[in-house]
Design a binder for this molecule. Sequence first.
Ligand code: ADP
Ligand code: MG
Length: 579
Amino acid sequence: MSIRRLPAELINRIAAGEVVERPASALKELVENSLDAGARTVAVRLHAGGLELIDVNDDGSGMAPEEMRLALERHATSKLPSDAIDRVTSFGFRGEALPSIASVSRLALESRTRGADGWRIEIDHGARVSESPAALPPGTRIRVEGLFDKVPARRKFLRSPRAEYAACLDAVKRLAMARSDVGFTLDHDGRRILSLQPTDAPSRVAELLSHELDRHGVGIDCARDGLRLTGVISLPTFNRGMADQQFLFVNSRPVKDRLLVGALRAAYRDLIARDRHPIAALFLEVPLEEVDVNVHPAKTEVRFRDPAAVRGLIVGGLRHSLDEESQRSGVRDQAAAPAIWTTSESYERDFEQERPFATVRETQASFTPVGFVPAARGERAVEPVPSYPLGVARGQVAATYIVAETEDGLVIVDQHAAHERLVLERMRAAREGGTVARQALLIPEVVELDEPDCDRLEGATGDLAEMGLDIERFGPTAVLVRAVPAALGKTDAGKLLADLAGEIAELGGPLSLRDKLDHVAATIACHGSVRAGRILSVAEMNALLREMEVTPRSGQCNHGRPTWVKLAHGDIEKLFGRK
Ligand SMILES: Nc1ncnc2c1ncn2[C@@H]1O[C@H](COP(=O)(O)OP(=O)(O)O)[C@@H](O)[C@H]1O
Ligand SMILES: [Mg+2]
């Protein structure tokens, strides 16, 4: 076997596999170059999710013809003037992106420095096709067409234009958050998607994240040992089925670093279900010598000199802010606490008038979240206990658990888990009976979502209608809700649709929903459920217990956990060493 040097074109193709794996990664490299060139505005145009065309236009420094030729050569960069790879502040520095992209596409590079004429170079899959003068304003414009068209191995891994577009949108959003001082536009298939004026970081983040964060977000600003963390995170109750709304930055560089993602997750431990994810935009500032950005070809991962300090700051800082927030709402609710204490007279009255389960739904709107205000009632257990399998409600603990007394012991019910199951079973029964009751909204609700989410929901309109959820596309980034399943009662349509879109994305193929109706129904059911943290009246608790007794599979919540546990008299006696 003989050793040979690989031809430059082949090296570029190999590198292309690392740096540009899909349109979104090529787009990211190009926009980063524009930002490094000092652009004040960056205009991006895409066709077919970037598969047909990626066009990035900036008003940055521009390049002279000789620089343009160099830029298309491998490992040619203007960004490491002193070879100081440990002090990089630019996005780029490896000099790989342009030659890599040019080796797997048809690329036209046009550029003009101030006070000089413009120049144009065309490359076809690594080979120079032409050079000529070009008319353009100062700055740089790069058009990339037919990315990977001639690289079948790569083409195979590309997804639909829709999916590639979603990834491109994500890439632009991340860079736009990193550089709020720069203006951005994004057009897809001739439609204006983003139009962002230069502003400050909080306003830019607010423009690009869920508007709901105004109400459901917590601002972050903390510092320790020369590290600083700022940004916004969602309250634990405002979460998503996908971790796609987490935007993390280190020294203004968007990253998807495992250490940071893990720290974010750890901060929410015990506050959020394992399969749910917070929304976050977090900016970490670290002294340059504390972080190495040259560990990943796409530079989305970084290495910290002191990972424990970074993790400590994030977990500690976020946790502290979340705790403070929960205390604040706790204090607010404390004022209302006397009203939720019930005397034994009202207990008896409620019990006699035990009403069907529908009351629970009707009164849901008036439930108030109460943080950790104790809500248990101390009842004298003097009345004979009727022989219901799940017993008679004696009180509520931590606004989350119903404690009931049975003939032979006591039962503790997880109210949210139980109710979620009941809603799912009701929906399932209705579907099987072909009579899904829907509740038309008097005024259809407009829910704003990003375009890929709207596409997902639109693609599932028929299946969702079968479950009683009537929606309609309403412009590129909004969906109209006309009716919701009656089993749901009052619900937050915005949150429901965002979760459903996440669910659909995770289940894959847009119209494979039919087989997965239960999944979707479970997501819907979760929204109609009595949340943990809601005070229930005794009548409501008893109604819940009675419905559980007659509902199949009510012993397990939709996630497979038990909805209730029982301690028989014998078990209690054992606990106290009486037996
Ligand atoms: N939009 C642009 N405006 C000005 N110069 C650019 C632009 N894009 C690329 N360049 C020049 O081309 C060089 C090579 O770019 P690239 O291959 O992305 O490598 P890197 O960004 O790692 O230096 C850059 O260092 C820069 O000098
Ligand atoms: Mg670059």
